[in-house]
Design a protein around this ligand. Structure first.
Ligand SMILES: C[S@@+](CC[C@H](N)C(=O)[O-])C[C@H]1O[C@@H](n2cnc3c(N)ncnc32)[C@H](O)[C@@H]1O
Length: 394
């Protein structure tokens, strides 16, 4: 059957798939989205479980996942999954997903947000606090500058809880670690999550177990508030530049991701003391973190060419795991490196063409005022780009 112009136009206007031009319908539904989501009112409990810098608002992966076709028996992939926003939205839609991130706090968040809620979580936590009172005071680990950021009494209390968590049953460990992580800045001398000044906040040591139990309660409520079945999620902790296709482990039909921007955020720094307290090494994370500002201050600092190379390598990984005709959505901002502006979407698009991904859709979105003010003020960057590529069929 041949479809006439009227039929095509009607199908596009109603945003329903038009067999004569399936791309047209997808593109018009992508164009109809207000990608800045200015009407966004509030976030779900699961979204607010723990702070994470530059995370997606849930509406972004939700719009990507519901506008693009995802072939049966394929998974959604987020190469830089951070707090797990794409994984949670995939679960809401009943689609299996895979997330990769270098940062262990990101992976912890992603696992907790997509796993079932452990039975008796709050009771476990209360018992743990009781047991933790017996942990000897002298055991506080050697952490650089600890006395600058934590009072001695607070150090002792955090250490008691962290030690007790390491000794408890594995089913509850992730939730309890995330709860402890969520209160670290609150009980430290750090002014706030985004201000790295040490101030006297007058935190009583007894506040630590109380705040920890409250955080466990919040996580428990958030996990129980989910009203959908939990489709499988695999979180791979590692440097994307070293991840092998086998670790992704399944064919990928859609990628929805937001890569780190050169000279923009510092995920490792934001979570530095959370990582030290939970036994991870933030300096190792810093060394491998793509785009971290620290790499742009030193001699022989990173450049936009380094970012292009890192994205090329990442796109080669995608080439081996994404099915033909599959879509790859990047949400990426611009960078300022030593006074010069770089369009990262353009860099990715250029690299992608040579690997066999064709541009499919592109638009700009306005960054929310709260997100702008965090750390990117040095570059005065107000928008970011939604770039959607498609893997060529031939
Ligand atoms: C823009 S954030 C992603 C935020 C995520 N979309 C969310 O909603 O939370 C970029 C992420 O890239 C991660 N990252 C940086 N370098 C990496 C690397 N070499 N390998 C894997 N992940 C990396 C950072 O840890 C950070 O979580």
């Amino acid at each position: 059957m041949v479809h006439g112009a009227n039929e095509t136009l009607q199908a596009d206007l109603e945003n329903r798939p038009n067999p004569a031009d399936p791309d047209g319908a997808i593109k018009s539904s992508l164009s109809a989205i207000d990608w800045s989501f200015v009407d966004r009112r509030s976030h779900s409990e699961i979204e607010g479980i723990h702070p994470y810098p530059a995370k997606f608002i849930a509406e972004i992966p939700r719009a990507i996942l519901s506008s693009l076709p995802i072939p049966k028996s394929t998974a959604v992939l987020d190469l830089f999954c951070g707090s797990g926003s794409t994984l949670v939205e995939s679960q809401r839609l009943g689609i299996p997903s895979v997330g990769v991130d270098l940062n262990p706090i990101a992976c912890l968040m992603s696992r907790v947000k997509t796993a079932s809620c452990p039975v008796g979580l709050e009771e476990h936590a209360a018992e743990l606090v009781r047991i933790s009172r017996g942990v000897p005071k002298s055991d506080v680990p050697e952490i650089p500058n600890l006395d600058h950021w934590f009072t001695p009494g607070v150090q002792i209390e955090i250490n008691k809880i962290a030690t007790a968590i390491s000794a408890t049953v594995s089913e509850v460990q992730d939730c309890l670690r995330l709860a402890l992580s969520s209160i670290i800045v609150r009980v430290s001398n750090q002014e706030s999550d985004t201000r790295y000044a040490a101030v006297d906040k007058n935190i009583a040591p007894e506040a630590v177990p109380a705040l920890f139990l409250r955080a466990v309660g919040r996580i428990n409520v958030a996990l129980k508030s989910r009203d959908y079945a939990l489709s499988p999620v695999n979180v791979v902790e590692g440097d994307i530049l070293k991840v092998e296709p086998l670790e992704i482990g399944q064919p990928v039909g859609l990628v929805a991701t937001s890569p780190p921007y050169p000279n923009a955020y510092e995920y490792w720094l934001y979570h530095k003391y959370r990582m030290w307290w939970l036994g991870y090494d933030p300096l190792k994370v810093k060394a491998d973190e793509i785009g971290a500002r620290a790499h742009f201050f030193k001699k022989n600092h990173h450049t936009a060419e380094d970012f292009a190379r890192q994205m090329r390598q990442t796109l080669h990984l995608l080439d081996s795991v994404v099915v033909k005709g599959g879509y790859v959505a990047f949400v990426v901002g611009r960078s300022k490196i030593h006074g010069k502006l770089y369009d990262n979407a353009e860099i990715i698009n250029d690299e992608a063409r040579s690997i066999g991904f064709k541009p499919f859709f592109m638009t700009d979105r306005i960054l929310s005022a709260s997100r702008k003010s965090f750390n990117l003020s040095h570059a005065n960057i107000k928008t970011e780009t939604v770039l959607i590529l498609r893997k060529e069929v031939e």
